[in-house]
Each structure stands twice: as structure tokens, then as C-alpha cells.
Design a protein around this ligand. Sequence first.
Ligand code: BEZ
Length: 324
Amino acid sequence: MKMLTAATACAVVALSAGSALAQTELRLGLITPPSHVWTLAAERMGERLAEATDGRYTLSVFPARQLGNEAEVLQQMQTGAVDLSIMTVAEISNRVEEFGGLFAPFLVDDNAQAAEFLKTSATAEELLQLLPAQAGVVGFGYGMAGLRQIVSAVPIESTADLEGRKVRITPSPATRDFNTILGTAPTPMPLPDVYDALSNGQVDAIEMDLELTVKLKYWELSETVMVSNQMMFPSIGIMSGRVWAGMDPADREIIAELMGRTMDEILDETVAIEEEMLGVLRENEEVNLVEVGSEFYADAIAEWEAIWTDKAPVASLRAEAGAL
Ligand code: BEZ
């Protein structure tokens, strides 16, 4: 009896050691706050991953730059210290220039078109093939934040009023060039620094979407919220190439399917939330909302195009967007 108990105990220990070994925790780092669409989608993906793999994989989501800023997260993904991310194309374009084409000004008219474009563009899909060699990650599909608008702490009627003013941009050569052409002083700054910079006058205005304008209360610091829809702000669902290479093919398939689904959901949810937040801002009597059209930017678009046509597949992106 004593022997049996010992044997049983050994079996239990072996079993639990086996299952402990078999369980892998994946870490997903991103910069958006806990309440943001990207973060919520990542958490949902974690639940699905545990379910689809019977708990062999778990996903820990680290929002709000807990694992570092995007450049740091990307670096950690190259060594395999971070497994997954939902990362801005702005950051990716610092490594792989061709992605700058996705910031072509007024490529699409509205958020619904942006979502459709990012789901269907063959050129955007081809860009993902550059990621393993040039950034050390595998890309599964596009998400987005809302189209870029301007939240200004100084009163403005149009972008012309921002000439010479410091405008916060997400660090990326393509958005920097557009602002330089517009005559603003582009000030690259990661998301978590934006509120303080706008409130203490370090910048006069910020490029931002409407979801975060409301959720992070940038509107409270504004004299004008200018809805220009001036460019897309895509993200990509990515996995460390090193981690991916070490995975079982069947598990890779699960990850690819779940990440692809998550990114598609982000596109749909962003369209809905941007519409909702536009309504919230329109109803807020304290917000001076100015809506401007692309005609104002005609010269700037042509100048941007002259710089970026040779660096990125701008012509085919425009052709695909035009056909939507
Ligand atoms: C930004 O840098 O403006 C940004 C980053 C992630 C999501 C939305 C906005």
C-alpha cells in the first residue's frame, strides 16, 4: 500500500511536471491603454488561444508600454523575449521604408474605406512579406486606429493656421514629410508622452484619432478639433520570427488564424468606435469641431507623392484604393 501510494505520487508529479512543461506563456506587448480597441482585442485573442490549444498556450497581454515603447518591443521580439504585438505601421516604417506608402495622404475617404482597403489590398498584403527578413517578425494582417485628425491647443480654422507650429506626430518618416510640406514643425513623440506635451505647451497640436481624443481626454486641452481624415493609421499583428520558427506547424496555423481574426475585428470595431466618438465630440458643446476636406491639401499631396513614389508602392496603393 505504501509502495502504491509512492508510485501514484510519482505519477502525479510526472504528470504535473509534464503539463507544466507543455504549457507555454506567450507575451504580447503593445502601447495602447487598457481600454483601447487593440488591447481589448488582444485579450480576447488570449482567451481564444487558451481554448483552441486546450490550455497548452496562454497569452499575457502587457498594454500601455509595460514592456517598453514600440522600438523596444520590436527589438525584444527579434530575440524572442517578446512573442507578439499589435504594432503601429508608423514604427514598422522606421525599419521597412516601403510601409510608409500606407501613409499616403487621403488614400481613402473615411474609416470604413480604410478598413476595407486594409482587408483587401494585395499591395499591403505583399508588404507583409518583407517583415521576416527586414524586421525579424511575421505579420498576420492589418488593424488600424482611426484616420488622423488634428487636436490643437491653439485656435485653427485649417491646417494653414498650423504653419510654423509644433505638431506632434507618431515617429515615422512619411508623416514627418507630410507635416514638413504643410509647413508645420513636426515633433515626433510616442503616445504616452502626448497628454503632458499638449498641456504644457511643448507642442501646439497633435495628430490623433478620435477614439483616443475622447478616451485619453485630449479634447479637454483643445481649442479646436480639426477633422481632416488626412491619412490612415494602420497597425499590424506580428509575432517574433524566432519564436515562430520554433513552433509546431499545427500551432502556427492556430496563431495565424487567431491573429488574422483579431486584426479583422480591430478594423471593424475601429470603424464603429470612430463614428461613435465623432458623435460624442459633436454633441460636446465645449469642443470646437472643424471639419475640412482634402481639396485644401492638393499641393501638399502632390509634393508628398513626389518624395514617396520611389520609396514605396504608392502608385499601386492608390490604384487599389481608387477601385474600392
Ligand atoms: C499614436 O501614436 O498616435 C497612436 C498609437 C497607437 C494607437 C493609436 C494612436
